[in-house]
Ligand binder design. Structure first.
Ligand SMILES: C[S@@+](CC[C@H](N)C(=O)[O-])C[C@H]1O[C@@H](n2cnc3c(N)ncnc32)[C@H](O)[C@@H]1O
Length: 238
């Protein structure tokens, strides 16, 4: 069981390493540029303020972290954690290019965060939780490292609920996206894994229940873009 999980983690790491070079481009193209909007809304729910310190877990190439440091009146810092060094490397390059120096990229496993309890003023994970084998452990780690009465935001893909949109989306997600994704990324598996992993992810209510189960209060969620993605918001209570 444990070695199965380790094996799966390595597979996820290798998959993201393989697509890291084209990851940002693929996000823009395959989401019709919606991904920026989704991150912007999710970050707005963090209620970032002043000189504070935030965790962006499963940060990848750092787009969420960059969105946080761009918030008005923000003078704090972000820790961008991910276990895929190649993804982080592109994030570091991007920040250099943008002259951003208050994001620290850290190689970290979401299931075992190398941070003390109550380190952060809030945490966010965008499109990452779906890839994590032990999601409860990851949510517990986010809760442990965030101070009391602060927000944790999870942005993740969902299955749309509208019947008409659902069938159009199903065709795009299951056929067009894997094909265009594999051509653009030159990787056969990553963009077939995406729809499969979204389908395997718990429904909205079930995931919200898991957030409550690890001790978060005021858990709520809302859909964006016809329910393609869902933003979950919870508050720590200790
Ligand atoms: C789909 S990408 C999302 C990246 C970024 N948050 C964004 O909005 O584009 C998922 C990221 O989660 C990371 N990841 C998956 N499982 C992880 C784990 N257990 N610990 C740390 N990072 C993980 C992957 O390496 C990958 O960079």
């Amino acid at each position: 069981m444990l070695s199965d999980q380790r094996h799966n983690k390595e597979k996820i790491q290798q998959m993201f390493a393989a697509i890291s070079k084209r990851y940002d481009l693929l996000n823009r193209v395959l989401s019709f540029n919606q991904d920026k909007y989704w991150r912007r809304i999710a970050v707005s729910k963090l209620q970032v303020d002043g000189d504070s310190c935030w965790l962006d877990m499963c940060a990848g190439t750092g787009d969420v972290s960059i969105e946080i440091v761009k918030q008005e009146d923000f003078s704090g810092s972000v820790v961008a954690g991910d276990f895929c060094a190649e993804m982080l490397r592109y994030g570091i390059q991007k920040c250099k290019h943008l002259d951003i120096n208050n994001i620290k990229f850290v190689n970290a496993d979401a299931e075992n965060l190398p941070f003390d309890k109550n380190t952060f003023d809030g945490a966010i994970t965008a499109f990452g939780i779906r890839n994590i084998a032990d999601r409860k452990k990851a949510l517990l780690e986010l809760t442990r490292t965030v101070r009391n009465n602060r927000r944790i935001v999870i942005l993740e893909f969902s299955l749309p609920t509208n019947r008409i949109f659902k069938s159009v989306y199903h065709c795009y997600f299951k056929r067009i996206l894997p094909l265009s994704g594999s051509i653009l990324s030159k990787n056969d598996t990553a963009y077939s894994y995406l729809p499969a992993s979204v389908q395997a992810f718990p429904g909205r209510q079930e995931f919200a229940a898991l957030m409550k189960n690890v001790g978060m209060k005021n858990v709520e969620y809302f859909d964006l873009t016809f329910g393609i993605v869902t933003v979950y918001v919870g508050t720590t209570q200790k």
